[in-house]
Design a protein around this ligand. Structure first.
Ligand SMILES: [Mn+2]
Length: 455
C-alpha cells in the first residue's frame, strides 16, 4: 500500500514537483533506522553555494538528504532517532518568510512540511540546537557525516558532549558512525521508481545526442554544440546536465575531462561528446564519438570498431554475481589485444598487461555506479573489504576508450589524434542486463545514417 501523493498549490522546488510518492521516502527512513542501533542520525541539506558576490549557483540538494526526504529546499536537517522498536523522524525546515520569499520564491514552511511529509514532527531550523538534547537523550550512538565541519554535524557533536559533561544522560554517546556509508549502501540497488526516472532522463539524453549528430558540421564551435545539449535537456524538462558537458573535437578527445569546449570543429575529425541530463535529480551519463562531417575515415572507423567490440563484449558479461573488477580486467586485456593488432603496442599480451603499457591509451576505469550522482558514491566494497558483486537493480556505466594523442610518435601516424570513448548506462537484471541507453545509436553505419539527416 502506498499513500497518495499530496498536492500543494503555488509551490515548487526549483521548478520540480517532487519525484516519488512520500511512502518511498518514509520506507527509506525506516530502512535506515533498521540498520541503526539505539541512536540518532543527522543528515543535512546542502548549503547554497555562492557563484559570484551575492549570486548563487542553481541549488542542488545533497544526494543522501534528498534520498531520505525527497525535499529540495536548502537549510533543512533530518534527524532520525531509534529507541528500541521506536523510530522517530524529525525534520527541521526554513520557516515561511514573506519578505525573503518575495525574492527567492515560496517555501514549504513548518506547517506545509508537516502536511506534506510523513515525518513525526517538523520544526523551524532555528530550533535545531535547542531540540537536540531531547532528541539525543539516552541514545549512545551518533550517526552523522563524520567528515563534515558543517553546522548540523558540529552542533550534534557539541550537544552530545554537553549531555555527557553535564551528566544529563544515563547513556552518553560512545560511538560515532558514518551515516553516509549506510545510506549509500542502500542507494546501491535502485527501486523501480528510480529506474523509471533514469529511463525518462535517458529519453531526453537520447534526443540530445541524435540532435547533435544531425546539426554538427565543420566550422561549428564546440561550445555551440554543447549549448544544443543544454537546450535539449531544459526544454524537455530536465533541469540540468548531470555533469559538465564535454564536446571534444579531434585531439581534444585525448583530454579525458575536456570541458573548455572552446575550439572549432574541423573537417575530417571526430568529435567526442560526453553528456547526459539530470532528470529530477537522477543522472544519465552517455558518450558518443562521431565524425564532424558525418563520414568515418578508414582509420577512424577501425579504431571505433575496436572500441565498440570491447564495449559490446563487456556489456554482454554483465549479470548478477559478476565482479566489476573482472569487467575491468577483461576490458584491459581486450583493448590491449586491439592495440597490438593496430600496431600501437608490441609484444606478448601478458607482458604488456603486467607492465600496464595499455594504461597510456586506456587510463581510466571501465565504468562506475550511477544514480542520484553521476558517479554514485555508493560502495564497491563491503564492510570486510570484499568486492560487492553485481546484483539486480544496480546501474553502472560501461565506457571503454582508446586515446591516441596527435603528438605520440609510438602511435602509427594514421591513428594519431584519434580519441574514442563509447559509454552506455546498464541496469543489472535478474537474467543479465538491460542497456538503458540502447536507443542511442552507436554502430558506425547507424551514426552515419543519423548524421546524413543533416539540415
Ligand atoms: Mn561516465
Amino acid at each position: 500500500m502506498v499513500s497518495p501523493v499530496k498536492k500543494l498549490c503555488n509551490y515548487s522546488e526549483t521548478g520540480y514537483n517532487y519525484a516519488m510518492n512520500e511512502a518511498t521516502y518514509k520506507d527509506r527512513r525506516d530502512a535506515l533506522a533498521a540498520k541503526m542501533d539505539d541512536g540518532v542520525a543527522v543528515i543535512a541539506a546542502a548549503a547554497q553555494k555562492i557563484r559570484s558576490n551575492d549570486t548563487e549557483y542553481p541549488y542542488r540538494p545533497d544526494s543522501d538528504f534528498y534520498y531520505l526526504t525527497g525535499f529540495g529546499e536548502d537549510n533543512a536537517i533530518l534527524v532520525v532517532s531509534k529507541r528500541g522498536p521506536q523510530v522517530r523522524s524529525v525534520l527541521f525546515v526554513q520557516p515561511r518568510d514573506e519578505t525573503l520569499e518575495l525574492w527567492t520564491g515560496r517555501r514549504l514552511g513548518v506547517d506545509g512540511a508537516a502536511e506534506r511529509f510523513e515525518v513525526d514532527e517538523v520544526f523551524a531550523v532555528g530550533e535545531y540546537a535547542e531540540k537536540l538534547p531531547e532528541l539525543m537523550q539516552n541514545l549512545p550512538q551518533l550517526y552523522l557525516d563524520l567528515f563534515s565541519e558543517e553546522y548540523p554535524y558540529t552542533a550534534a557533536k557539541k550537544a552530545a558532549e554537553e549531555l555527557r559533561r553535564k551528566r544529563e544522560t544515563k547513556r552518553p554517546v560512545t560511538q560515532m558512525t558514518d551515516v553516509r556509508r549506510i545510506i549509500r549502501r542502500m542507494r546501491l540497488v535502485k527501486s523501480a521508481e528510480e529506474i523509471a526516472l533514469i529511463r525518462k532522463g535517458m529519453e531526453i539524453t537520447a534526443q540530445a545526442h541524435h540532435h547533435a549528430m544531425r546539426i554538427c558540421r565543420a566550422g561549428m564551435m564546440e561550445y555551440a554544440l554543447a549549448a544544443e545539449y543544454e537546450y535539449c535537456f531544459k526544454k524537455n524538462g530536465a533541469y540540468s546536465d548531470a555533469y559538465t558537458t564535454i564536446v571534444a573535437g579531434g585531439d581534444h578527445a585525448n583530454t579525458l575531462h575536456y570541458v573548455k569546449n572552446d575550439d572549432v570543429l574541423k573537417p575530417g575529425e571526430l568529435v567526442l561528446i560526453d553528456a547526459g541530463c539530470e532528470y529530477r535529480y537522477y543522472a544519465t551519463d552517455i558518450t558518443r564519438t562521431f565524425p564532424v562531417d558525418g563520414r568515418f575515415g578508414d582509420a577512424q572507423r577501425t579504431v571505433y570498431e575496436a572500441v565498440l567490440e570491447v564495449q559490446t563484449a563487456i556489456i554482454g558479461k554483465i549479470a548478477p554475481g559478476v565482479l566489476k573488477s573482472d569487467l575491468q580486467k577483461t576490458a584491459e586485456r581486450m583493448l590491449c589485444e586491439k592495440m597490438t593488432q593496430l600496431g600501437i603496442l608490441e609484444g606478448p599480451i601478458e607482458k604488456l598487461l603486467e607492465e600496464k603499457k595499455h594504461k597510456a591509451y586506456f587510463p581510466h576505469g571501465i565504468g562506475h555506479w550511477m544514480g542520484i550522482d553521476v558517479h554514485d558514491p555508493v560502495p564497491y566494497f563491503d564492510e570486510n573489504g570484499d568486492e560487492i558483486p553485481l546484483e539486480p537493480g544496480m546501474i553502472l556505466t560501461v565506457e571503454p576508450g582508446l586515446y591516441l594523442p596527435a603528438d605520440d610518435p609510438a602511435v602509427p601516424e594514421r591513428y594519431r589524434g584519434i580519441g574514442i570513448r563509447i559509454e552506455d548506462d546498464i541496469l543489472v537484471t535478474e537474467t543479465g542486463s538491460d542497456n538503458l541507453s540502447a536507443m542511442i545509436v552507436k554502430h558506425p553505419d547507424g551514426i552515419e545514417a543519423i548524421c546524413a539527416q543533416k539540415r
